[in-house]
Design a protein around this ligand. Structure first.
Ligand SMILES: Cc1cc2nc3c(=O)[nH]c(=O)nc-3n(C[C@H](O)[C@H](O)[C@H](O)COP(=O)(O)O)c2cc1C
Ligand code: SF4
Length: 652
């Protein structure tokens, strides 16, 4: 076995975990609006259990309406909730592979959303969680005691529903940690004041749960080892809090990090302290040192979490005793079978999470159900059963980017005879360029996965093939899947000499070399990435965007990342500004009534893309049956490309 330590069992309270891999709790927004477990939710968890993770901690569940954070959050406030959840625990226990299942009880406190609950959020003191957040109602002492009782009742319901243990969400600035922190807890009663007063809320809850459920019933907590915010709690104080919780009877602790509020550090080497959602530019295993520190002080098992997606890293963490257990969140969204594949030494077959946050974190903050950019099956585990097609067809997939690669594989899995034709010498399409800017090499992992996977099939791969029409006419495929992507847009700018203009894609592909000061026109994701790349090489960059902000539509962490980078590299940013004309080496910009002149030698277009669907009409006229997918329908993200590729291939 390649990872002997990772696959060692561990005793936690009265239960025995079969290995050291834990599924971190993740709110999926798959429940009904009342918070009832749906078939979609049950089958999503069942699939992770089949993948052989040792312990699943089911997502944060609300048990009081005012503590709900998300519209379709799972609930545990009634017998009906518990009844539906019993079906989940029975199915998982019925699998007979000895996977354990806990549930996390969660009160969002000052981070609850009155648009979702219709109620004012509550908190230890009437202070918003961050500037601009809703002002919460300060809890009375009676209110505090009621909430402790509500946590205890929720834990009882979890046991009734058949869970093997309960986890209390004490991280990320929700209700329990807002009692811990002097920033948010200004109470003068027994639940405020010094550290022991601020921890009392949790300790009374732990005593009550243990009294009700029995000393041996496993109870864990999830904490932010460091809140990484100005005036927030650091590692030493958090360790003291967890020590008190250990004395009160918890059986384990998961150590995460971060909270909401003013971030402490603006230095990129410490990106994980600033970027709470741990995007692809943060280091693998960046939070493990927090767990390692706590582990030295504690007797109960410590679980580390955060950007751990390689089994080898998980093994190393266990070997070096940085933690007793390793939790994975997004990596198990991307591939529920990661544990099984690691056990069998099939790392190449693991569909890697690239920490893009497009399908998960971004969607949860938009109150949408969770999807995954690299895993089109996520949330569709019940409906998707790939079996062989009744009749094996001849399928041609034109375009070897992510949409085409996904379509070709899915069609092959259905038993069709598939040819994949790419005009460039290499497969990968846009992914090859997308992985080049600073901080984005993680994308390469997904490209490698797609390429390795197609190699394991007998899909006929033809690269470097320009003009495909004669070939198609001669071969007469039953279906053509068109996945020819998009090409970059450019604009006519009065006075601009063609020799000075290029697209961001041409620079990334090394087809053209920019010289001197560069004006990047368009500060969407591609514009920001190329500005980042050029400034990283020491070039002067002027970024011009017609919208009022850069990286519009991206998640908050991506924006924060570019803000940090551009400040550090001195990128000159002009938002709400258009490019009017160019005269020699002077570009004339307009913002409102003002004209601004800037000196530039190169103009880089990053103003979006257009579908590359020239073949479509030709194919239709030749009588082919054609399905268009991905960017050649409309340029969008990796998520849509992969989903449409999978959909096309798996339904033929
Ligand atoms: C969509 C989404 C929902 C999450 N919901 C929860 C939650 O309900 N409770 C919790 O403790 N952490 C939650 N998290 C944080 C994860 O449990 C985990 O700590 C984080 O994703 C870092 O681990 P990873 O890099 O392995 O994904 C959520 C994360 C994601 C991506
Ligand atoms: S959407 Fe991106 S970050 Fe989220 S699980 Fe999928 S690959 Fe990972």
């Amino acid at each position: 076995m390649k990872y002997p330590n990772l696959f060692q069992p561990l005793q936690m309270g009265i239960i025995r975990l079969k290995n050291r891999l834990v599924m971190s709790p993740m709110t999926m927004n798959y429940a009904t609006e009342e918070g009832l477990a749906t078939e979609k939710l049950i089958h999503y968890y069942l699939e992770r259990a089949k993948g052989d993770v040792g312990l699943i901690i089911v997502e944060g569940t609300f048990f009081r309406t005012e503590g709900k954070g998300y519209r379709n959050q799972l609930g545990l406030s009634s017998k009906e909730h518990a009844k539906r959840l019993r079906k989940l625990t029975e199915m998982i226990h019925g699998l007979n592979n000895d996977v354990k299942i806990f549930i996390q009880i969660h009160h969002a406190g000052p981070r609850a959303n009155s648009k979702v609950t219709g109620l004012q959020p509550v908190a230890p003191s009437g202070l918003p969680a961050y500037p601009g957040a809703e002002v919460p109602l300060a809890l009375t002492e009676k209110g505090v005691k009621e909430l402790i009782e509500a946590h205890i009742e929720a834990a009882n319901r979890a046991k009734e529903a058949g869970f093997d243990g309960v986890d209390i969400h004490c991280a990320h600035g929700y209700l329990v940690p807002s009692f811990f922190s002097p920033l948010s807890n200004r109470r003068s009663d027994a639940y405020g004041g010094d550290l022991s007063g601020r921890t009392r809320f949790l300790l009374e809850m732990i005593h009550g749960i243990k009294e009700g459920l029995g000393k041996d019933f496993p109870l864990t907590i999830k904490v932010s080892g460091d809140e990484f915010i100005e005036g927030g709690l650091g590692l030493e104080e958090m360790t003291q809090i967890v020590l008190l919780a250990e004395q009160a009877g918890i059986d384990g602790v998961m150590v995460s990090a971060g909270s909401v509020g003013a971030k402490k550090v603006g230095d990129l080497s410490q990106a994980h302290k600033v970027l709470r959602t741990l995007p692809m530019m943060t280091e693998h295993g960046c939070l493990a040192p927090l767990a390692a520190h706590m582990k030295k002080a504690l007797r109960v098992p410590v679980i580390t979490v955060g950007r751990i997606s390689h089994p080898a890293l998980a093994e190393e963490i266990i070997v070096h005793k940085k933690a007793d257990l390793v939790a994975m969140g997004r990596s198990l969204l991307a591939d529920p079978y990661l544990p099984q594949k690691a056990f069998e030494g099939k790392e190449d077959e693991i569909r890697p999470c690239i920490a893009c946050n497009e399908g998960c974190y971004k969607r949860i903050f938009e109150q949408l159900d969770i999807q995954c950019s690299v895993n089109p099956m996520l949330g569709r585990e019940k409906e998707i059963l790939i079996g062989h097609a009744v009749e094996s067809k001849k399928i041609f997939v034109i375009g070897g980017g992510p949409a085409g690669l996904e379509a070709a594989y899915a069609a092959w899995e259905r038993g069709h005879k598939v040819s994949l034709i790419e005009r460039n010498k290499e497969l990968g399409g846009q992914l090859n360029l997308a992985s080049l800017p600073p901080g984005r090499k993680e994308i390469k992992r997904f490209t490698n996965f797609l390429l390795n996977r197609i190699k394991r099939t007998d899909v006929k791969v033809i690269t470097g093939r320009k003009g495909v029409m004669p070939f198609i006419k001669k071969s007469q495929p039953d279906v053509v899947i068109l996945a020819t992507g998009a090409h970059p847009r450019s604009q006519d700018i009065p006075g601009l000499q063609k020799s000075r203009a290029m697209t961001a894609w041409e620079i990334l592909a090394d087809e053209k070399k920019p010289k001197g000061a560069c004006l990047v026109l368009g500060a969407g994701l591609v514009g920001c990435e190329i500005a980042d790349s050029l400034s990283e090489k020491g070039m002067k960059v002027i970024l011009v965007e017609v919208l009022p902000e850069i990286a519009a539509g991206a998640d908050a962490d991506t924006k924060a990342y570019f803000d940090m980078r551009f400040k550090k590299k001195g990128v000159e940013i002009h938002t709400g500004t258009s490019l009017q004309r160019v005269k020699g080496e002077t570009a004339i910009l307009r913002r409102g009534d003002d004209e601004i002149s800037v000196e530039v030698r190169t103009l880089v277009f990053a103003v979006g893309a257009e579908p590359n669907d020239r073949l479509y009409n030709e194919l239709i006229s030749s009588g082919s049956s054609v399905i268009k997918i991905g960017d050649c329908v409309k340029p969008r993200t990796l998520l849509e490309a992969v989903q449409e590729g999978f959909q096309a291939g798996s339904t033929l």
